[in-house]
Design a protein around this ligand. Structure first.
Ligand code: SF4
Length: 424
């Protein structure tokens, strides 16, 4: 029997519903797949089971030629039965790893469901190993499916980094921090725009190298580049940094709003802002035009997966004329998403949380032109004749900023094109 449907909740002009029930979302270990490429001298050691190892291997692709920057320390039956001393085993594995890989400067011990079940204290292990293996820093966070969904692994990783960041002196000039993993090419594009605006001191979290992490203090103003960083934002706030309220840099409008928030905080005048952004805006609009022709009027349904759903829905509706059937999100951070919620078409149905069967029923009944969902749901829905887009692709592909707006639209247009060809 289905659970009774709770009434809508007031939130801006949207039609917000909250659901609780079975979920179909990857765990936070998945974040390692993009984080290990970002911090080039870090290593992610999952303390988990063979299932965890398989998940990461298949999410990252099995064709690994170079020595990878992640691995799994397998918790076996002896550890689970309490026969072996899991701490001793872990120390042995980590020490051997660091001896063999002197290139590792920062090691993350990543907790999993099994490490939580046996109550292995990874925070203590990280402290103990940091002392022994200095100057290598050892930190820990949880990527377990009990505690985290898909993108929350990145949030947990960055939140673990914040206490380690150097402290900016109280008298330091205001600086801008961009928070959330972005492709290097996207960071470089944003740096050029900030520089054209006259904002010179811009840093990124995470940095590309462990020794180059940004200093943070009371004069740090930060822009979130990703909407799933609640814990990281809280940790930065405790350090004294202040968040700049903005939409997320997806599409022309989101990117302009995001850059404008920085311009306003740093006192950049309108003429300079317009000059710094005009060319990018024009290129972005030109790139979007052909996709608008194909996507306008198409009906799109989002299952909750990455927490990117609300900004993506805003982009699709406002810049490509898409009709939003339902926008599911695992968690709706009211403050971080305030600007996005305001821009969603009035009455958009947004579902926070998930009751999988109920949502599948609504999706099947609506028969949308495109369904954005996790890998596990895509195959059954395709088999029922629905076009799908894997939400995980939106994390692996550079999609932020003016230069990527066309690629972002293409990610949604491609499955529709494929379906049309199949039908012909
Ligand atoms: Fe599965 Fe938990 Fe390991 Fe994730 S952390 S792969 S949910 S066992």
């Amino acid at each position: 029997m289905n659970a009774p449907v709770p009434p809508p909740v007031a939130c801006g002009g949207i039609d917000l519903h909250q659901e609780h029930g079975q979920r179909a979302v990857f765990c936070g270990l998945t974040g390692i797949v993009w984080l290990h490429r970002k911090i080039q001298d870090a290593f992610f050691l999952v303390v988990g089971s063979r299932t965890c190892a398989h998940l990461i291997q298949s999410a990252a692709g099995v064709m690994i030629f170079a020595e990878p920057r992640f691995a799994t320390a397998i918790i076996d039956e002896r550890d689970l039965a309490g026969i072996a001393d899991a701490n001793e085993e872990l120390d042995r594995v980590v020490t051997r790893l660091i001896e063999r890989r002197p290139d590792i400067k920062l090691l993350f011990l990543v907790g999993s469901c099994p490490s939580e079940v046996i109550k292995l204290d990874l925070s203590r292990a990280a402290q103990r190993l940091s002392g022994r293996l200095a100057p290598v820093r050892v930190l820990n966070y949880s990527g377990s499916g009990i505690e985290t969904t898909f993108t929350q692994g990145e949030d947990a990783c960055l939140a673990a980094l914040v206490p380690e960041l150097p402290r900016a002196p109280a008298e330091a000039a205001p600086s801008l921090l961009i928070v959330g993993a972005l492709a290097d090419v996207v960071e470089d594009q944003f740096l050029r725009i900030f520089s054209a605006m006259g904002i010179a001191d811009v840093r990124f979290l995470p940095a590309r190298r462990a020794g180059a992490m940004p200093a943070v203090g009371r004069n740090t103003r930060y822009l979130l580049a990703q909407p799933f960083l609640a814990d990281t934002a809280r940790a930065l706030h405790e350090r004294g940094a202040r968040r700049l309220a903005a939409p997320f840099p997806l599409g022309t409008e989101g990117t302009t709003g995001w850059l404008r928030a920085a311009a306003e905080a740093f006192g950049i005048d309108d003429v300079t802002f317009a000059a710094a952004t005009a060319a990018g805006r024009a290129r972005s609009e030109t790139a979007l035009a052909p996709h608008r022709e194909k996507l306008a009027g198409k009906r799109v349904f989002f299952f909750p997966d990455s927490q990117l759903e609300v900004p993506l829905a805003r982009f699709l509706a406002r810049e490509l004329g898409v009709d939003l059937v339902e926008v599911g999100t695992p968690y709706l951070h009211r403050a971080h998403l305030a600007a996005e919620i305001e821009m969603l078409p009035a009455g958009t149905r947004v579902t926070e949380g998930q009751s999988l069967d109920d949502q599948m029923d609504r999706c099947r009944a609506a028969r949308p032109d495109l369904t954005v969902c996790g890998l596990g749901l895509a195959n059954p829905l395709e088999a029922e004749g629905l076009s799908t887009k894997w939400s995980i692709e939106l994390l692996f592909t550079p999609v932020q900023g003016y230069e990527q707006a066309g690629d972002l639209a293409e990610l949604f247009a491609r499955p529709l094109r494929r379906r049309a060809l199949l039908e012909v």
